[in-house]
Ligand binder design. Structure first.
Ligand code: SAH
Length: 262
């Protein structure tokens, strides 16, 4: 095809693996405006986590023609549920370096998302208008994304932030031109899903208890650091199985050590 528009077609299958997750949105108008922002950039998957008022007429009014996207939006109760099958989860935050997570700018984030979306489900997560994402929610993310706005006034309107990221995703998708990224072509093992990582973290937490790693200290700080380490590493499924095998053996040895001989 050589119509001018053909040059602006994005790889639809990759676009369909990118989901935009809005957590705890307070103003339904922002949900509609976010849907419109996505549709203008050729994205279509919206997931709402416990929106405060939804469905709402105001959301459909502000969607202005993107109501198909709103009608198809999933509504779930928790962020973990919204991203359980995702291999990459990025959390957008208005406050730079608020969390000790790797921080990406929108362009780097879009490039990472589009690389993986050739084969895997990925999510970009946005927080509440008043309070953003909680620390617990950010801890579910592999990295954070910060739009380098005016440091003295860095908080964009939610739908405006969605628009910035959606635009960068479109540019990255257009550049990818429908070709799966070389990485995905040669990769042997799929990246671990969010649910697989959470299973690993819960066994890691139990194992640390079993081997009395904390010795009376609160476990939270060590677990936060370990989560960050393993999420940054980007483990694949095989590596998660290997780690869980090691943990299972450590747990078995801990049980043996505490079993008193008859
Ligand atoms: N008062 C909140 C701001 C929330 S704005 C706070 O201080 O955290 C609503 C959402 O829009 C944020 O949770 C974030 O996902 C997104 N957002 C707003 N400004 C952003 C920025 N500069 N960079 C990245 N995301 C931003």
């Amino acid at each position: 095809m050589n119509t001018p528009d053909a040059a602006l077609e994005i790889p639809l299958q990759a676009a369909a693996r990118i989901r935009i997750v809005l957590v705890g949105t307070q103003h339904p108008g922002n949900i509609g405006a976010a849907a419109r922002a996505l549709k203008t950039m050729g994205l279509s998957r919206l997931v709402l986590v416990a929106p405060e008022q939804y469905p709402a007429d105001e959301a459909f009014r502000r969607a202005a023609g993107a109501d198909d996207l709103l009608a198809a939006a999933g509504v779930v109760a928790t962020l973990a549920e919204a991203v359980s099958d995702c291999r990459l989860v990025l959390g957008c935050t208005a406050r730079s370096r608020r969390v000790a997570l790797e921080e990406l700018d929108p362009r780097a984030a879009a490039s990472r998302v589009v690389d993986l979306a050739g084969a895997d489900q990925v999510a970009l997560v946005f927080g509440r208008e008043r309070t953003g994402l909680s620390n617990e929610e950010l801890q579910l993310c592999h990295a954070s994304v910060h739009i380098p706005a005016n440091p003295e006034y860095s908080s964009l309107n939610l739908a405006a932030a969605v628009q910035v990221l959606a635009y960068e995703l479109r540019v990255a998708l257009l550049a990818a031109g429908g070709q799966p990224s070389p990485d995905n072509g040669v990769r042997q093992e799929a990246a671990a899903s969010h649910a697989q990582m959470e299973g690993f973290f819960s066994q890691l937490g139990e194992t640390l208890d079993d081997i009395d790693f904390h010795k009376g200290r609160a476990p939270d700080s060590a677990m936060r650091k370990l989560r960050r380490l393993f999420l940054r590493a980007g483990l694949n499924e095989q590596e998660v199985r290997l780690m869980r095998g090691i943990l299972a053996d450590a747990q078995r040895m801990a049980r043996l050590a505490t079993t008193k001989p008859d």
